[in-house]
Design a protein around this ligand. Structure first.
Ligand SMILES: [Zn+2]
Length: 270
């Protein structure tokens, strides 16, 4: 759908699979929604492509599409945050790291939000937090099932300081009100879901689904190892490990994700 180069799936006829290291015919992987035909490795999917994969054709209507990030702290490291934002926007054709709106999943109307790890690692700045909060509030008002697909390696966006950090509490509070109104929130964790995103809305689903072999956690393994100074268990912070330890409810292959969400909505009577 989008014309920009896909991260994790370099341009060209062939691509090297990050799972099995085989050369994969790109078209073949794309036909499988960016999954490796040989080892089932789930490649990166942009937020727009994810919406195309999950929603019935032409049913998506975006909410709050004009919300755009600003630079209230005038943050600067090697480069100004304001300039970095422009670069990311141009590169990804997104205004910020989340898209929200409503659409149909096999003829069931849902409120849906998706984060995109290509935009500032999918980190949660003020706009991501505000879009997701409004999404949860509209889902509450309109009594819609709520789906949020997380692809966020960055957690809170440090360039916005405390304004980013407070989004975790803000989105979580909106989700608590949605829950009190008996809403059904299905959280889908994809590779990667880390930091403040994992520590807030992504973990708050009534049902938490993960794609196979996704990296899910709070701090990265190196940081944890350096802090607690013990060997971490094998496969730590993968979907499979987290399923075994009860952190997520099930692992669903990308090809079955749409049907599985539709089934869950019916099962929960929403
Ligand atoms: Zn592979």
């Amino acid at each position: 759908m989008s014309k920009r180069p896909k991260r994790g799936v370099p341009e060209g006829l062939w691509l090297r699979c990050l799972g099995c290291n085989n050369a994969i015919f790109r078209k073949e992987a794309e036909k499988l929604q960016n999954v490796c035909p040989q080892c089932d490795y789930h490649f990166y999917v942009s937020a727009r492509d994810r919406l195309t994969q999950l929603l019935d054709d032409g049913t998506f209507e975006e909410w709050d599409e004009s919300l755009r990030p600003s630079d209230p702290l005038e943050f600067k490291d090697k480069k100004r945050y304001a300039e970095k934002l422009k670069d990311e926007q141009q590169r990804t054709s997104l205004l910020d790291a989340a898209l929200t709106g409503h659409g149909m999943i096999r003829a069931r109307r849902v409120a849906i939000g998706v984060t995109d790890s290509a935009f500032f690692m999918g980190s949660m700045g003020s706009v991501v937090g505000e879009r997701l909060t409004r999404l949860a509030e509209r889902a509450t008002e309109q009594r819609l099932p709520l789906i949020i697909v997380s692809a966020s390696g960055g957690g809170a966006r440090m360039h916005e300081g405390i304004l980013s950090l407070m989004q975790m509490a803000k989105v979580s509070a909106a989700l608590a009100r949605y829950d009190a109104a008996n809403g059904l929130f299905i959280s889908v964790l994809t590779n990667p879901t880390m930091g403040g995103v994992a520590a807030s809305f992504a973990s708050l689903g009534d049902v938490v689904i993960a794609e196979p072999k996704a990296l899910i956690g709070f701090a990265g393994p190196r940081t944890i190892k350096a802090t607690i100074k013990i060997e971490l268990p094998k496969g730590f912070q993968t979907s499979e490990f987290l399923l075994e330890h009860g952190y997520i409810d099930r692992i669903v292959h990308r090809a079955k994700l749409k049907s599985e969400i539709a089934r869950l909505i019916d099962y929960c009577g929403k």
